[in-house]
Design a protein around this ligand. Structure first.
Ligand code: HSE
Length: 450
């Protein structure tokens, strides 16, 4: 084993960074044996130097991250600061000074991945980012390396733990969105400003990264269709239950049937309780990968948190260190297919549509005609009078038209469609809104996973 240590600079020492430093110290001998040389923490860049950081030599702590990455003797820079700047500038500078980079920064990878890969390539360095997607779950490496000989057609998963926790609570306790969000905040799952999670930005960044790797093409964040969970209601969850489904925020990256384009989207969707993703509870993540030869693979585990994310960072650190020692390079960007990214309207899906309609003769036929005119086939219809209690609806009414009386002349009509393009389905909903007899579209939700 080489005795001269490989030097690591750590940028950021929060929940993840401090755990990376701890594992580097406590597992130093094992890491050295696995790499073939000792690894030494050469510097830790932080914003608040006064804070006590257990297990970290205060002499290593600096507020000058730029000087740290410019030292010239750093082998690997670990970036766990997050955000776009100064992370982007620091990573680029690290490459210019001969270091490889391990990053957990999904926002930066989704926004500027190609430029970062090019910078790594130009300087003969590695860029690893397993921790950017789904925490501890090995997903980036399996897609970049294990499945690189196969043809991936679809990646479907739960990649945001906060929203999965909220939806799970709504499902199990009947709570509304606001109440479930409050609980997620109190338990530390949701941040004080939960926008990135609940509006789907975090999941969309992960979808862009996964789609790019899976399909060997470039998918930018603005090409990912994004809807969050803030509009999901307790009524949606109850409706899903009546269909034998639950609601999850899904990231879906698909190759088109003809293979000539891809789509990437993030939105809440109903999935059958029998689908393995339905049993992903609390803040866990899980991702299905469908590949031509491998078939269906499922990756499951903790998608966030200090230790799980640090596990992914350490795996990348070992890989980058091994490459440094042997003079090899890890995989670079693979975007050779240059497949166009289609708008989500081209995606094929099913819709669950809940309408408030006038309860009078011909309304159901009128609505059905709108579906027909848009080439959308109806799978099931359920109607219930608004004034009637829910338990007045005949049980097992799925696929039938209920006849509960409506005393106020209004009824709720729930239609589930067969598969059609998202564009045809959303045009159908727009046309339904314009009918005089449709008083409102209470909700629309896609149905996936069948
Ligand atoms: N906030 C994310 C989540 C973890 O809730 O899954 C980091 O991506």
């Amino acid at each position: 084993m080489r005795t001269r240590p490989l030097k690591v600079a750590l940028l950021g020492c929060g929940v993840v960074g401090s755990e990376v430093a701890r594992i580097m110290t406590t597992h130093a001998d094992d890491l050295a044996a696995r790499i073939g040389a000792p690894v030494e923490l050469a510097g830790v860049a932080v914003r608040r130097p006064g804070r006590v950081r257990a297990g970290i030599d205060p002499a290593l702590v600096t507020t000058d991250a730029t000087a740290l990455v410019k030292r010239g003797d750093i082998d690997v820079v670990v970036e766990v600061i997050g955000g776009i700047e100064p992370a982007r500038r620091l990573i680029t500078t690290a490459f210019e000074h001969g270091a490889s980079v391990v990053s957990a920064n999904k926002a930066l990878l989704a926004e500027d991945g190609p430029a970062l890969h090019q910078a790594a390539e130009a300087h003969g360095a590695d860029l690893y980012y397993e921790a950017a997607v789904a925490g501890a779950i090995p997903l980036v490496r399996p897609l970049r390396e294990s499945l690189v000989g196969d043809k991936v057609n679809r990646v479907l998963g739960i990649v945001n733990g906060t929203t999965n926790f909220i939806l799970d609570r709504m499902d199990t306790s009947g709570a509304g969105y606001a109440e479930a969000l409050d609980e997620a905040t109190a338990l530390g799952y949701a941040e004080a400003d939960p926008t990135a999670d609940v509006e789907g930005f975090d999941a969309a960044a992960k979808a862009a990264i996964l789609a790019g790797i899976a399909f060997h093409t470039r998918v930018s964040l603005d090409q990912v269709h994004r809807e969050g969970i803030t509009e999901v209601t307790a009524a949606d969850i109850r409706s899903a239950r009546r269909m034998g489904c639950t609601v999850k925020l899904l990231a879906i990256c698909e190759r088109a049937q003809d293979g000539n384009s891809v789509t990437a989207r993030v939105h809440p969707a109903m999935i059958p309780l029998s689908h393995p993703l339905a049993s992903v509870r609390e803040a866990y993540n899980a991702v299905f990968v469908e590949a031509e030869a491998a078939g269906r693979l499922m990756f499951y585990g903790p998608g966030a948190g200090g230790s799980p994310t640090a596990s992914a960072v350490l795996g990348d650190l070992v890989a980058a260190c091994r490459n440094k020692l042997s003079g090899a390079r890890g995989p670079g960007e693979s975007a050779y297919t240059q497949l166009p990214v289609s708008p989500t309207g081209k995606a094929v899906t099913r819709y669950h549509i809940s309408l408030d309609v006038s309860d009078k003769p011909g309304v159901l036929a009128q609505c059905a005609m709108v579906f027909a005119e848009h080439g959308v086939s109806i799978d099931t219809v359920r109607q219930q009078g608004k004034a009637a209690p829910e338990n007045a609806v005949p049980s097992g009414a799925e696929g039938t038209v209920g006849t509960a009386a409506a005393s106020d002349g209004e009824a709720s009509l729930v239609v589930v469609t067969h598969r059609a393009t998202d564009a045809a389905l959303s045009a159908t909903v727009e046309a339904l809104r314009k009918l005089d007899t449709v008083r409102g579209v209470a909700s629309t939700m896609r149905v996936e996973g069948e």
